[in-house]
Ligand binder design. Structure first.
Ligand SMILES: [Zn+2]
Length: 60
């Protein structure tokens, strides 16, 4: 059986077909959500300065 490692927790998973892992490339929904949340947080941090600029523009 081929093996892959979860993109988040690096746990090894065996599979016959990638269809066997609906959460690919993660071992579980939990890892998928944590990883997705991580990226969303990164995006959010990058958006904050732009939002503040927009708000001060409207204050004037
Ligand atoms: Zn995992």
């Amino acid at each position: 059986m081929p093996k892959i490692k979860c993109s988040y927790c690096k746990k090894e998973m065996e599979y016959n077909d990638l269809k066997d892992i609906p959460t690919f490339p993660f071992c579980s929904k939990k890892c998928k959500l944590i990883d997705l949340g991580h990226w969303l947080n990164e995006d959010y941090k990058m958006e904050v300065p732009a939002k503040l600029e927009t708000e001060s523009f409207y204050d004037d």
